[in-house]
Design a protein. Structure first.
Length: 315
């Protein structure tokens, strides 16, 4: 089932017309088939035109699309032999962050990422991808395990931010995020992070302080949501579009600023329109980065990571 964003309404209307014509066609009316072909070409042209000039706020909407592939989808489409591992060995299991052993092609990796869920039940189960302290402590445990076994770490980031509830604060949310970020920076094995949807605040950086950081073409990465920034700066969430532009949240802006290392192209119309092609492109990009990092020693990997983040923002 297709789901259209607000700025895609003209495309939605055209596609609805195409579906109506298909229902009336009996396979013998050449005029209808010709009209369908013309309208389909027009729809694709409109889609290409629209996605070639998306604003930062529109990209934010695409990054949040309800049908956009999540961690569980990439596990099925890009990785094999996934063995899930749970629990932080301290408090409990947090389903917002998933992880375990996996294979990317012929490479054994430790795979960690946020899972938002794809319907009401799974979104509640995974807390909409907003992790609590036990989620970040689980990530730390898995990263340390990867280091012991000499396995590279791959993370897939997709969260609006860490869970802001009082119970998370009571259990040490800020400390858990800081410790997880520290664990990333101290890893003696290669680490590649990919922002596949939203990369929100400390909830994202906690598993994204990697040797190489990639972003899908229409994903976003920021210190606060556009709505949050708008509420702080203008005392209203109505200026979210202006905030998104000012914060430079897009992959293109962040690549130009050297905050990220590469952009992975998405299929026309976004990852949700072709998850298989998106997963294949992401797997290839991550594989290339892992292969490039493989010759580096543990000390060199830590130093490269440190230099990378200290250089952000320098003139």
């Amino acid at each position: 089932m297709k789901s259209y964003l607000d700025f895609e309404k003209p495309i939605a209307e055209l596609d609805a017309r195409i579906e109506e014509l298909r229902k009336t066609a009996d396979g013998s009316d050449l005029d209808i088939e010709t009209e369908i072909a013309k309208l389909s070409d027009k729809s694709q042209a409109m889609l290409a035109s629209s996605y070639s000039k998306l604003t930062p706020w529109q990209k934010t909407q695409v990054a949040r699309h309800p049908l956009r592939p999540h961690f569980v989808d990439y596990v099925k489409l890009a990785f094999t032999d996934f063995v899930p591992l749970g629990g932080d060995r301290l408090y409990g299991e947090d389903s917002a962050i998933q992880g375990g052993f996996a294979r990317l092609g012929d490479r054994r990796v430790m795979l960690i990422g946020h899972e938002k869920g794809n319907d009401t039940a799974t979104r509640i189960k995974h807390n909409f991808g907003m992790a609590k302290p036990e989620g970040y402590r689980k990530a730390i445990r898995l990263m340390e395990m990867a280091s012991r076994f000499g396995l590279p770490v791959v993370t897939l980031v997709d969260t609006a931010g860490a869970f802001p509830g009082i119970e998370a604060e009571e259990r040490g949310q800020a400390e858990a995020i800081a410790r997880s970020t520290e664990a990333c920076l101290a890893l003696g094995v290669p680490m590649v992070a990919a922002i596949v949807g939203e990369g929100g605040s400390g909830g994202a950086i906690a598993i994204a302080a990697a040797n190489k950081v990639l972003m899908l073409e229409h994903s976003v990465y920021s210190v606060i949501s556009p709505e949050g920034a708008s509420s702080i700066l203008w005392r209203t969430p109505e200026k979210a579009a202006d905030a998104a532009t000012a914060m430079k949240v897009t992959a293109q802006d962040l690549h130009e600023l050297n905050v990220i290392d590469g952009i992975v192209a998405e299929p026309l119309g976004g990852a949700h329109r072709d998850p298989e092609a998106t997963a294949a492109a992401l797997a290839r990009a991550i594989g290339r980065e892992l292969d490039a990092l493989r010759p580096l020693s543990s000390a060199a990997l830590v130093r490269q990571r440190e230099d990378r983040f200290l250089a952000i923002g320098s003139l």
